[in-house]
Design a protein around this ligand. Structure first.
Ligand SMILES: CC(C)(COP(=O)(O)OP(=O)(O)OC[C@H]1O[C@@H](n2cnc3c(N)ncnc32)[C@H](O)[C@@H]1OP(=O)(O)O)[C@@H](O)C(=O)NCCC(=O)NCCS
Length: 310
């Protein structure tokens, strides 16, 4: 009997402090209209002083655990996708394990693929489940990118936000994750990096993102003998509404089949997909039996797509 990984619960968390484009107008030379027309972002959440990546991850995880109806101790693997961990080590996953009170000694580690992180982490978790090494996995995307921004640099500080999203994956005989494609190309690492603040060649990233996302969703759908019309929901990485629209167009998907949270969350890097997923699940939009396509691209560069039968 074939084993699949099914998502049995989702959760998310946003820091209470929101920063609107109008707030940013007061601190950098920008306007709401410029930011909104170029990116689709109108506000983002920013973590409070002392609020750490693991704190956001913990809040999102508790909601996912509750939604899944499991006990935290049933989790036998934790993977946290983050590029803004609490500290270089220990991993945010180990800190999260402790904060959740999990004492079963199961493995926990971080995955670093920047905005591609959640797709990488989900694929890794799926491998553990299909390989029989785990049954119940907590996969989290959590970021406090606000700490890596130069708040005087209008080309970057207007684009990013903080937040966390989590899913519980469980081994099942029913289809769940049905396909994935991951890629990386380190030659493009200078285009988007944090050294130590986030710096980016926006136009180059934009073109690269549109190209590789279109390619990877096509590659995945072709491999599964599916087309855009088989997709019920596209849950893209929420970096920029124009990049999202380009991918939807390529798939022939109307925008009402695309989960869109970028306006209120900004780009929350590895957290953006699980945040969007949880928003759509709790709104009752994503329903059992539907085909969900997720995709992301991030610094490195890394990119990938995952296909899920919900
Ligand atoms: C960043 C991005 C929104 C910029 O939009 P753009 O249309 O490419 O704008 P440009 O970078 O060409 O800048 C145009 C002008 O606006 C200015 N500008 C930049 N940021 C600004 C801001 N926040 N407010 C007002 N003006 C701004 C620039 O200085 C430039 O001025 P100039 O023409 O006098 O030199 C766009 O390139 C983008 O979305 N890139 C992808 C970013 C992304 O998604 N990254 C994460 C991937 S995971």
């Amino acid at each position: 009997m074939k084993t699949y990984s099914r998502i049995i619960g989702t959760g998310s968390y946003l820091p209470s402090n929101t920063v609107t484009n109008y707030d940013l107008e007061k601190t950098v030379d920008t306007t709401h209209d410029w930011i909104f027309s170029r990116s689709g972002i109108s506000e983002r959440h920013v973590a409070a002083d002392g609020e750490l990546c693991s704190d956001l991850a913990c809040q999102a995880s508790l909601k996912a655990i509750e939604a899944a109806g499991i006990a935290a101790d049933e989790i036998d693997l934790i993977i946290v996708a983050t590029t803004s961990p609490d500290m270089p080590f220990p991993s945010t996953a180990c800190i999260l394990q402790d904060k959740l009170g999990i004492r079963n000694g199961s493995p926990a580690f971080d995955v670093q693929a920047v905005c591609g992180g959640f797709v990488y982490a989900l694929n890794t978790a799926d491998m553990y489940i299909r390989g029989g090494q785990a049954k119940t996995v907590l996969v989290v995307g959590a970021e406090v990118l606000s700490r890596m921004l130069d708040w005087n640099d209008r080309t970057t500080c207007v684009l990013f936000g903080d937040g966390a999203g989590a899913v519980i994956l469980r081994a099942s005989e029913e289809p769940g994750i049905i396909g994935a494609k991951l890629h990386a190309d380190g030659r493009h690492r200078e285009m988007l990096k944090a050294d130590p603040n986030i710096a980016m060649d926006g136009q180059a990233v934009f073109k690269f993102a549109v190209k590789v996302l279109s390619d990877v969703v096509e590659e995945l759908l072709e491999d599964k003998k599916l087309s855009g019309t088989d997709i019920d929901w596209l849950v893209p990485h929420q970096a920029n509404i124009r990049i999202i629209e380009a991918t939807a167009r390529k798939l022939g998907l109307p925008m009402d089949k695309v989960v869109q949270t970028v306006a209120l969350h900004g780009n929350t890097s590895a957290a953006s997909i699980p945040l969007a997923l949880d928003t759509a699940v709790r709104a009752g939009d994503i329903k059992p039996g539907q085909n969900i396509l997720i995709e992301a691209v991030g610094g490195g560069f890394t990119w990938g797509a995952v296909l899920i039968k919900w």
